[in-house]
Design a protein around this ligand. Structure first.
Ligand code: HEC
Length: 138
C-alpha cells in the first residue's frame, strides 16, 4: 500500500509528458515524407555501420556511412532542403558531413575506437536536433 502511495506521488511529481518546447518546422507533406525517410535511412545506416565495425569490415562501414554523406543531397532532395529554415538545414548538412568523415576515416585509419568516437559525435547531433525541432504540417 505504501509502495503504491509512493508511486502515485512520484507520478504526480514527474508527469510522463513534459511540455513540448521544440521549435516547429513547417513542412508540406512531400517535405515531411522526404525528411522522415532520411531519418529511417539514418537508422538503417547506423545498423550497417555498427554491424561492419563489429567484424572490422571497414569497407562496409565506409560504404554505409558514405550513403548518408553530402553526396546524397542532389537534385530533388537538395531542392527540398533549400526551402527549409536555415538553422535546421545547417544542422542537417553538418550531420551529412559527420557521415562523410566516418566514411573517409574508416578507409584511411581502420581504427574502431576512432570510428566509435565519430559515431558518438554524429549521434549527439541526432539528439540535439531532435531536442530542438519538430515537424508541423503547413
Ligand atoms: C537537422 C535535424 C535532425 C537531425 C540531424 C536528425 N534528425 Fe531525426 N528527426 C528530425 C525531426 C524534425 C524529426 C521529426 C520529429 C517530430 O516531428 O516529432 C525526426 C524524426 C526521426 C525519426 C522518426 C522517423 C519516422 O519515420 O517517424 C527517426 C527514426 C530519426 N529522426 C532518427 C535520426 C537519427 C538516427 C539521426 C542521426 C543519425 C537523426 N535522426 C538526425 C530531425 C533531425
Amino acid at each position: 500500500m505504501k509502495r503504491i502511495a509512493i508511486l502515485i506521488a512520484g507520478l504526480m511529481l514527474f508527469p510522463a509528458y513534459a511540455e513540448d518546447n521544440r521549435h516547429p518546422i513547417e513542412v508540406t507533406v512531400p517535405q515531411q515524407e522526404m525528411i522522415l525517410e532520411e531519418m529511417r535511412d539514418y537508422v538503417a545506416t547506423l545498423q550497417e555501420i555498427t554491424g561492419g565495425l563489429a567484424v572490422s569490415d571497414f569497407n562496409k562501414v565506409a560504404e554505409a556511412a558514405a550513403s548518408m554523406g553530402r553526396g546524397r543531397m542532389t537534385g530533388e532532395r537538395m531542392e527540398m532542403a533549400r526551402q527549409l529554415p536555415e538553422q535546421f538545414r545547417m544542422m542537417g548538412m553538418s550531420e551529412h558531413d559527420e557521415f562523410d568523415a566516418i566514411a573517409r576515416d574508416a578507409v584511411d585509419l581502420q581504427d574502431k575506437d576512432h570510428t566509435l568516437e565519430q559515431l558518438s559525435t554524429a549521434l549527439a547531433k541526432c539528439v540535439a536536433c531532435h531536442a530542438a525541432f519538430r515537424l508541423q504540417l503547413k
